[in-house]
Design a protein around this ligand. Structure first.
Ligand code: HEC
Length: 103
């Protein structure tokens, strides 16, 4: 029974990710405030220190954003990104990660 409930949760979770990934326009508006530092197509090294976002997989981007939010990830300029990630919801992070992976 427990396994069934777990499976159900997993499926629902995946379905949510699928729906969010479909909302490209939404991710685009979320990304609007990232552009200044990262570039419209993610090819800029943010403030000369960040790794360009272009080329990151969705999993890598999500891991980084979740890490900044939890303050467990980052380099010398991580305080900047912690402020950026602080008010992103889990759905926002997934949408942004999908968006970034398509640069
Ligand atoms: C004020 C400039 C600035 C803005 C705005 C900004 N970033 Fe960043 N970003 C940086 C810097 C600088 C780094 C490197 C930080 C470090 O030292 O860890 C970075 C790092 C990252 C990384 C990690 C890349 C890696 O090396 O793995 C991701 C992902 C990221 N930013 C996504 C975003 C997203 C998504 C937004 C918008 C919600 C955003 N950033 C807004 C400056 C910015």
């Amino acid at each position: 029974m427990k396994k069934l409930v777990l499976m159900l949760c997993l499926c629902l979770g995946l379905a949510t990710v699928g729906v969010v990934a479909g909302q490209a326009a939404d991710a685009k508006s979320l990304y609007a405030r990232c552009q200044g530092c990262h570039g419209a197509d993610g090819s800029k090294a943010a403030l000369g220190v960040g790794r360009p976002l272009k080329g990151l997989s969705a999993a890598e981007a999500a891991k980084a954003l979740e890490g900044y939010k939890a303050k467990t990830f980052g380099g010398t300029k991580k305080a900047l990104m912690e402020a950026q990630a602080a008010n992103l919801s889990a759905e926002d992070i997934q949408a942004l990660a999908q968006y970034i992976s398509h640069f």
